[in-house]
Design a protein around this ligand. Sequence first.
Ligand SMILES: [Zn+2]
Length: 540
Amino acid sequence: MTRRRTRAAGSMLLVAALAAGCASGEREADLLFLGGTVVDGSGADSVHADVGVRGDRIVFVGDAAVEGIVAADTLDVSGLVVTPGFIDMHSHAELDTDHGRDARAFLFQGITTVALGVDGGGESDVAARMERWSRDGIGVNAFLYVGHNAARRAVMGMEARAPTADELERMKAYVRKGMEEGAYGLSSGLFYLPGNYAETQEVIELNRVAAAYPGAIYDTHDRDLGAAYPPFGYLKSIAEGIRIGEEAGTKVIFSHFNAQGAHNYGRAPEGAALIEEARARGVEVAGAHHMYTATQSNLRSYTIPSWAVAGGDTAMIRRFDHPDTVRIIHRQTREMLEIRGGADHLLFADERPDLNGKTLQQVAHEWGVPPSEAARRILREGNAAVMNLGLYDAWNLRYLAQKPWMMTCTDGRDPGPSRPVTHPRAFGSFTKKLRDLVLDEELITLPFAIRSMSGLAADFLGWTDRGYLREGYVADITVLDLDEVQDMATYENPHRYSRGTVHVLVNGTFAIRDGEATMALAGRPLLRGGAVYEAGAGGG
Ligand SMILES: [Zn+2]
């Protein structure tokens, strides 16, 4: 295969790398993985090679014995697969909390980098957040988007109207601040509030601000993934996302791309065709997905029409108390529940113990009220985390997994022990994709799947020294035992780490060694373009 060329190129890099770090000029690395099967993230076939790491860099890929490479720390990884660390392109990892900071749920899937600030939620204080991460430590690398919903909420609250010229300028300033401080682009959650109150043109205007920065990305959670109420249209929604990127001049990535609702089962090819048409005319459009058929979001978004939330929760509750208004809400909630498969398909992942693990149907039954009334009663006390079971179609998911532009994400958060029932995706998305689609079903090849988790994302993000297992690249490395790779988390028992992740290096430091978490907080905040955020450089 490409072994000889790799080795020749490697020797030059190696000499430079070793000379820089080693006074005597001996051929020495800090760490050697010996005898593994290397899948490099490019989609190319695997090769047998040793991998050397010095500091935070990969300094050698080749035959260590032939090249005379030695290391103080040598691990036999024969029979194991050595890959680039995985990139979670749509994440809700709770790196800002004590329980989530180490990101173990993610590391055990082989993930070494997460995208945050998604769904329109990213705040403009990018540098301040990165500064905190630098100070407190984080278990994985992380990068940020600045969000349309966050900008709109900061400037206009929950107002259901177009912005004034002045408000639009202030939203633009919000986005500009985030971009100046290193955000990767604009994220939006047009399905969610208050993003849903915006017309397309408003998002284009804000995305133009992002587009002024090289490599800017528009990350979209669509207005209607298929289950919105009233329907905007699954295909129309994809077209809107493409248009926002195309007119503003940014790349576009569709978050957790799939078609929602039983009425959309089997319809993924139609949405994929829109993306492929855009790609054919030169727009850089891609998607990311996970392997579960359930979604997780919040009860208000799933059961209350957006007009009834205009002005915020207090205004919403006032509408609940108005007899004529609540009659309309009641009817529309029933229609919304129907689109989502019924109240027995909404499973609470909320921290309230009287809700967690029950369906809306069960709660309504206990209370002796219709599900729509139970939903309103819960929302009076505050919004609730809820899953929507069976919203995605397993066939659609498999169709999309074969697309060369499809990356991988968790869309997950590990909420800690306060929520016994939560979505298993935070614990098993990547390992489930490998187990189900590569190993059991042989639907996609291992190099193709690994690329969807690493090199494909790195290219899209514009990185030049991460995402591939190559000499000179940052040593974010995952070592897998394919016989053991398995997602363990289920809907009933979600807090279970994946198996088969033998070693994980984050920036050259072991985060998992011999299957055990080291609790090292070796992750770094990554600025747009891929550079590491230097502590003390900005925020505070
Ligand atoms: Zn989302």
